[in-house]
Ligand binder design. Structure first.
Ligand code: TXA
Ligand code: MG
Length: 319
């Protein structure tokens, strides 16, 4: 059920989280499926509800930099990035403190932990009232399109899940994830809502990831962020029956919707997942997408589109 974030509702949902329950939470990137990070059963419930085939590590969401530093050790690069981008859509993967009160399952038994301080006022309010870290993967079933409205979350999980209504997510793609292992070059583990160039302006060049949310091996892309329709990329025009064309920039022949008519990558990122859901609801055989430039937020948009277009495992996204 979709709830407006009154103080009473926030208190009731904090109590639900303390009891091991799950809550749909808006953030500035996408909606998250939040659970108490220190509670292994609650974390396990997140994996179960999402239908995640493997125990991917989750991001711990905290209210402030000191709360983040209680979980993880920050070197100078991490301090710089936190000062520049928090609260905001940046996740840092840094060495986990042994005393961090986060279930091992949440960080998949790794020596590192992913942490972020979200900027969304309702996420901040919930973290404040709850007073502890929340793990929150995107609130979609595994492999499917991430939700950018409360209604999308309800489409994924039905009416039983309480979902705080924060309107449409302003950024619209997930946080940028930067890996900062001791004595190692900084790695872009996932392109996201903060452009690579903005991060490189703070700490210098980022290496590209193998692993993390990125492909496990060069050339191998996992299906993810996928609608039911097949996805065709770099389409200059809509092709034939059963195909809908999602445009970018000046209108193309056969275009039925656009990510941004003016060619604005920030607008395109904010509209991406809602547009894919809207077109998928028309039940086309194929969603074709116009070429998106690969700079700025285009890097994150193209990453998600390539995964949406990747070959599907036989069991995923059946019908
Ligand atoms: O914008 C976001 O980050 C959203 C909102 C809800 O905050 N959350 C999100 O969570 O995208 P999720 O679980 O869908 O993606 C988190 C990714 C995982 O796929 C994993 O690859 C990476 O973070 N991750 C987490 N811990 C990690 C670690 N210790 N090392 C490497 N990657 C890690
Ligand atoms: Mg996700």
């Amino acid at each position: 059920m979709i709830l407006s974030p009154t103080p009473e509702t926030l208190r009731a949902l904090a109590a639900r989280l303390r009891a091991g329950g799950l809550v749909g939470m808006p953030t500035e990137t996408v909606y998250g499926l939040a659970a108490r990070a220190s509670d292994p059963s609650a974390v396990a419930a997140v994996f179960a509800v999402k239908g995640r085939p493997r125990f991917n590590p989750l991001i711990a969401h905290v209210a402030s930099l000191p709360a983040a530093q209680a979980l993880a050790r920050f070197d100078e690069r991490a301090q710089r990035l936190a000062a520049a981008f928090w609260p905001g859509p940046l996740t840092l993967v840094t060495p986990r403190r042994p005393e961090a009160d986060v279930a091992e399952l949440a960080s998949a038994g790794l020596a590192s932990i992913a942490v972020r301080v979200p900027a969304h006022p309702i996420a901040q309010a919930l973290l404040d009232v709850f007073g502890e870290p929340l793990v929150a993967p995107s609130a979609n079933r595994s492999g499917r399109i991430s939700p950018t409205t409360a209604a999308h979350v309800e489409e994924e999980f039905g009416h039983d899940l309480p979902i705080l209504d924060g309107g449409a997510c302003p950024a619209g793609v997930e946080s940028t994830i930067v890996g900062l292992a001791d004595g190692r070059p900084a790695v872009l583990l996932r392109p996201g809502a903060i452009a690579r160039a903005a991060i490189e302006a703070e700490i210098g060049p980022l290496e590209n990831a193998i692993g993390g949310d990125a492909p496990q091996a060069p050339g191998q892309l996992e299906s993810h962020y996928a609608p039911s329709a097949r996805v065709r990329l770099n389409a200059e025009r809509g092709d034939g029956v059963g195909e809908v064309l999602l445009g970018f920039g000046p209108a193309r022949p056969g275009e039925v919707d656009t990510l941004s008519a003016s060619g604005d990558l920030t607008e395109a990122a904010a509209r991406l997942y809602a547009a894919l859901r809207r077109l998928d609801a028309q039940k086309p055989a194929v969603i074709a997408v116009a070429p998106i430039p690969d700079f700025g937020l285009g890097e994150a948009i193209n990453d998600r589109l390539r995964r949406a277009a990747a070959p599907r495992p036989p069991s995923a996204n059946g019908t």
